[in-house]
Design a protein around this ligand. Sequence first.
Ligand SMILES: Cc1cc2nc3c(=O)[nH]c(=O)nc-3n(C[C@H](O)[C@H](O)[C@H](O)COP(=O)(O)OP(=O)(O)OC[C@H]3O[C@@H](n4cnc5c(N)ncnc54)[C@H](O)[C@@H]3O)c2cc1C
Length: 296
Amino acid sequence: MSTQMDHEAVAGRRPGLSFEFFPPRQPEGEKLFWHTLETLIPYRPDFISITCGAGGSRQAGSGELVRQVHERTGLYTVAHLTCVGASRAELTDMLRFYQECGIPAILALRGDPPRGEPPGALERGAFRHAEPFVAFIREYFPQFRLGVAAYPESHPETPDAQRDQLHFRRKVEAGADFAVTQFFFDNEVYFRFVGSCREKGVHVPILPGIMPVTDYKQIKRLSELCGSALPEWLTSRYEAIRDDPQQMLQTGVELGVAQCRDLLHRGAPGLHFFTLNQSAAVPKILQALAPEFYPG
Ligand SMILES: Cc1cc2nc3c(=O)[nH]c(=O)nc-3n(C[C@H](O)[C@H](O)[C@H](O)COP(=O)(O)OP(=O)(O)OC[C@H]3O[C@@H](n4cnc5c(N)ncnc54)[C@H](O)[C@@H]3O)c2cc1C
């Protein structure tokens, strides 16, 4: 099995480029989803990934959307799939569905227990961590390319970085071909994490997850949930403009360009944008990067 990302092999160019979307819940959200996707297609992403809800709750909806995106756009489509609270039979059904739709890759995740539901989802499911779930897919659905999540600032449940990285290594050893990181704002954190994983013998591509900050309040909330630190230099810039959406967009683009440029200059294998289904910042960031990194 190649350790190169599929998308690199498919597109024959570096660095890679990918966009993550989530399944919209309302009809207006659906319009925005397709509009954003169409806006981003001209940047020739190597893959599109679509998230799924926790606990199997919105898995079926995600599945249908993944199918439609793949069918309508022909893009290399990566389906996120969480195992939390799900039985082997339920996961097998979803994987068969993706197989029948011709989906080439799965981002295999544990997921989080659904909020507001009684505790015990982790115990109820067939797999308590992503690692055995990856091994399961690798054994029964060997045709899928497999991605996993990585946490440069550690996963919130395991703040001990060394322990979390050993868990990450086991997950990769179970059969992952690539990893995508949680978002971060300090590139040193990413490069330290990648260096430490390499020392531990993890050699799959680790794509940095990029979150352009165009809505400060929203990112503050997400950062707390995900354990991604907001550096002081970033909060002080946004605190001053928090009620001015235009300025936040401009600042988000400026900081996004600087972060991405530095990542690519220093050898990151590509960029994975968390689009949040919004088209405002990402195209502007890519326009600035295109002459140097994505010509033509
Ligand atoms: C790029 C990306 C995309 C994501 N997409 C989605 C999505 O579509 N839907 C969604 O619901 N969530 C998504 N998430 C969030 C993810 O589901 C949560 O962060 C979840 O809490 C952990 O999932 P995981 O697959 O990383 O779990 P794991 O790899 O299982 O890790 C979870 C925790 O368990 C620990 N652990 C792992 N193995 C062991 C072990 N053997 N013994 C003890 N502890 C262990 C780890 O250190 C970590 O603290 C995404 C995250 C990222 C970074």
